[in-house]
Design a protein around this ligand. Structure first.
Ligand SMILES: [Zn+2]
Length: 483
């Protein structure tokens, strides 16, 4: 894949990273010790403390133009109407007009974590399992490990007396786990200012597909989320009195929802698949070597219920084909037991994961048309409405572009293996924001493994992933700087 680049003499850099390992582990430990949980209002001062911790690190590493961008107060719903959003941390390393400029994004907030949730050790007191080479702690892999990784790259260059091959701009946010409030506006605002001259954006905030083979991620699915509202009687009724003599909203809703997708996962809304990009031979080939199996899917799902029985079909249906999931019914009786209620108003929720080249507005039209037609067929006297709750576009890049090829070469140097080129079934909205606002290529270069438990208990980062991840991030800057 990466014959485009001559192998660079990066051994001294890799060796320096190895020598600095104890210091890098200590840096991560300090970061994990600050419980920067963005969803917990009472911990907001800790999120801000984490921003200041980063500023201190950037200052000591010689970054310039360090700024804390104030995003104002957090919009409702909030307990404290004056709750300030944590700042975005910006900084630069180098401003040589002859060099390319790479913007790296990461987030310094984390998911909530309590020992009582089932953690084996204190989530904010990093546990170094030396026997197995694993670092446990909230944020270890998501996303403090990768954020520290970029700082470690700079430290290793300084120790070596090497110049950085590119100008680096860092953008670290503190609300990623809580909807990235304020980030889109900031990126748009700074596109022609702080982020002027940025040639490329690298995000290290996702994971390998599995546990043994490094990956580079070139695509994400989007998500359009809808609700169907059916309203009948003025209040919930008793089925002994009203059953059989009024039109029940739940009956209408269930009928409509049953027309959206079949048991094999095939979307039944006409026209959706017509918008899906055809599979090219080049793309198809990328699936050949990917390290994945049906067993891994069944293990992750905790059941033996896969709809496809081979790796290629599973991955294609997760990454490059749309899917429709029924999520729930608001207003319906959902408790245990046998309540004889006729719900007066029910709201069915479903979403469609979108892929190239689905046009979001066109998709909405197809969804509305189909559901309106299905409701008309019911001849129901109930009130009915279908609407979009939110949408988000898919993202796909070119795995053969300079960014991906440079990252592939760096990965090969470090891991002695060509990485898998993967996509993800979910979304990372910031990817699209950077691509759209800055008009440059975005690379997703993950550090951690698929089993790191990013939002779960016992979140971890393997020492080998942390250290080799630092080498890969740095190596990427060298190959990209030469491209
Ligand atoms: Zn993350």
């Amino acid at each position: 894949m990466s014959e485009k680049y001559e192998k660079l003499p990066l051994e001294p850099f890799f060796k320096t990273i190895d020598e600095l390992q104890p210091k890098f582990i200590e840096r991560l430990q300090k970061a994990i010790a600050i419980p920067s949980v963005s969803s917990d209002e009472s911990l907001r001062p800790k999120v801000v403390e984490m921003a200041h911790f980063l500023v201190g690190e950037l200052e000591s590493l010689g970054f310039t133009d360090i700024q804390l961008k104030d995003l104002g107060t957090q919009p409702p719903p909030v307990q404290d109407a004056n709750l300030q959003l944590p700042p975005i941390v910006l900084g630069r390393y180098g401003q040589d007009p002859k060099k390319k400029t790479v913007l790296v994004y990461g987030h310094y907030d984390v998911q909530p974590a309590l020992k009582d949730d089932g953690w084996s050790t204190e989530p904010f007191d990093m546990h170094y399992d030396k026997a197995n080479g694993i670092l446990y702690g909230r944020g270890s892999t998501d996303d403090k490990g990768p954020v520290m990784g970029w700082l470690n790259v700079i430290e290793a260059h300084r120790k070596l007396g090497w110049e950085l091959p590119v100008n680096l701009v860092v953008c670290f946010e503190g609300m990623e786990e809580s909807g990235s409030l304020g980030l889109d506006e900031l990126v748009a605002k700074e596109a022609k200012q702080y982020f002027k001259n940025v040639d490329q954006v690298t995000i290290s905030d996702n994971y390998w597909l599995g546990t043994t083979k490094p990956v580079l991620t070139y695509g994400l699915r989007g998500c359009n989320y809808y609700q169907i509202i059916v309203k009948g009687p003025g209040a919930d009724l008793h089925s002994g009195i009203f059953g059989g003599i009024i039109a029940e909203p739940m009956t209408d809703l269930v009928k409509i929802m049953s027309t959206l997708v079949d048991g094999k996962g095939k979307i039944q809304i006409p026209g959706v698949y017509d918008m899906v990009a055809p599979l090219t031979e080049k793309e198809d080939k990328l699936y050949d070597n990917i390290d994945f199996s049906v067993d891994e899917l069944n293990a992750a799902a905790g059941s033996d219920t896969a709809l496809h029985q081979n790796k290629r079909d599973i991955l294609k249906h997760r990454w490059r084909y749309p899917s429709l999931s029924l999520h729930g019914i608001e207003g319906a009786f959902s408790g245990a037991g046998a309540k004889t209620v006729i719900p007066s108003k029910v709201v069915g929720k479903f979403s469609i994961r979108t892929v190239p080249n689905i046009d979001l507005a066109k998709l909405d039209q197809l969804v509305f048309k189909h559901i309106n037609e299905e409701f008309a067929k019911l001849n129901s006297p109930n009130e009915f409405k279908v609407e979009l709750i939110h949408d988000g576009n898919y993202w796909v890049s070119d795995p053969f572009n300079e960014s991906f090829q440079a990252a592939a070469k760096a990965t090969e140097d470090v891991w002695n293996i060509v990485p898998d080129f993967t996509r993800e079934g979910g979304s990372i909205p910031i990817t699209l924001t950077f691509e759209k606002e800055l008009g440059v290529d975005v690379l997703l270069l993950p550090m951690g493994r698929g089993d790191d438990g990013a939002h779960s208990i016992n979140e971890k980062l393997d020492v080998s992933n942390y250290i080799n991840g630092c080498k890969t991030l740095g190596g990427f800057l060298h190959y990209y700087g030469k491209s």
